[in-house]
Design a protein around this ligand. Structure first.
Ligand code: NDP
Length: 285
């Protein structure tokens, strides 16, 4: 059993790196985001994934500011919400996020959804490219994009997103999209990596591997993601689980474990479909 309880870094196509195991805060209210992120940073996580629509950028920012950890040592991601897509509105949305987070720059800014019905994702991508050219953001990427959203964005700008954050777990392995991403030097970042608390972790294949390896089912799933090369951002507000998920870095799976987990694919989405969904709703103040 190999053990490496330190952050693994993944190379991005712009010459920077991102920690492979991070911490997500979707559906964590602002006042709970602060203690959750504080605990995550205390345990060792250095990648924090939020979004304007989560309404908790202030809580995340307070946790970072009070952590005693140098800002340069924390990798912070946020996302432009669908209601703010479009060139000028995206530039304004970025400024508003920085203000709420209390930072002068984020490490990674993502387009939250392609939202194809809005027909604005290419203009939105142009705004991110502008922010990057200005040095206002370290890296730029997308979320919930398929190849037919990625290709026009790349064609229009000559700039390839560093990563694509998409739903991915053993019940939805998106093999084709991951291969497309890899072929274009785009890292795949898995959202809802644990299946968003919807039953995946009780799967008998996972509980059996977990028992055999002396790990928990969540750790087995995270170790599988890491073995695939995915960047992974599990969410928890429970201190014991925050620590448990971090300790997945020390869990080693054998090839037969990986094969068994690969066999769990069932095309099961827990969230929206990038091909068809263009969620509405206003960005929180
Ligand atoms: P996850 O797959 O991370 O699962 C979170 C759920 O699993 C929570 O109910 C949590 O409970 C529970 N859980 C966490 N750890 C364990 C454990 N060790 N054992 C048992 N249960 C556990 O779901 P999310 O949907 O939150 O996805 C993770 C992150 O991905 C988000 O927070 C967000 O940052 C990002 N995301 C991005 C999206 C996008 O559109 N770009 C969409 C969805 C997510 P509890 O908290 O109560 O401990």
């Amino acid at each position: 059993m190999t053990s490496h309880l330190h952050p693994l870094d993944v190379d991005l196509n712009d010459g920077t790196t991102i920690p492979q195991l991070g911490f997500g805060v979707w559906r964590v209210p602002d006042d709970e985001a602060q203690p959750a992120v504080e605990e995550a940073l205390r345990v060792g996580y250095r990648l924090i994934d939020t979004a304007a629509i989560y309404g908790n950028e202030r809580g995340v920012g307070r946790a970072i500011a009070g952590s005693g950890i140098a800002r340069d040592d924390i990798y912070l991601t946020t996302k432009v919400w669908n209601a703010d897509q479009g060139y000028d509105s995206t530039l304004r949305a970025y400024e508003a996020s920085l203000k709420r987070l209390g930072v002068d720059k984020v490490d990674l800014y993502l387009i939250h959804w392609a939202a194809p019905a809005l027909e604005k994702f290419v203009d939105t991508w142009k705004a991110l490219v502008h922010l990057h050219e200005q040095g206002a953001v370290t890296s730029i990427g997308v979320s919930n994009f398929h190849a037919d959203h990625l290709q026009p964005s790349i064609d229009a700008t000559g700039v390839t997103p560093v990563l694509n954050q998409v739903e991915c777990h053993p019940y939805l392995q998106i093999e084709q999209l991951r291969a497309w991403n890899t072929a274009h030097q785009i890292v795949t970042e898995a959202w809802s990596p644990l299946g968003s608390g919807k039953g995946l972790l009780e799967d008998p294949v996972l509980t059996e591997i977990a028992a055999r390896r002396g790990a928990s089912p969540a750790q087995v799933v995270l170790a599988w993601h890491i073995a695939q090369g995915n960047v992974v951002i599990p969410k928890s507000v429970t201190p014991s689980r925050i620590a448990e998920n971090w300790a997945a870095l020390g869990v080693h799976l054998e090839p037969e474990d990986i094969d068994a987990i690969d066999g769990l694919e069932r095309g099961l989405r827990t969230g929206g479909n990038p091909a068809t969904d263009s969620f509405g709703g206003d960005t929180p103040e």
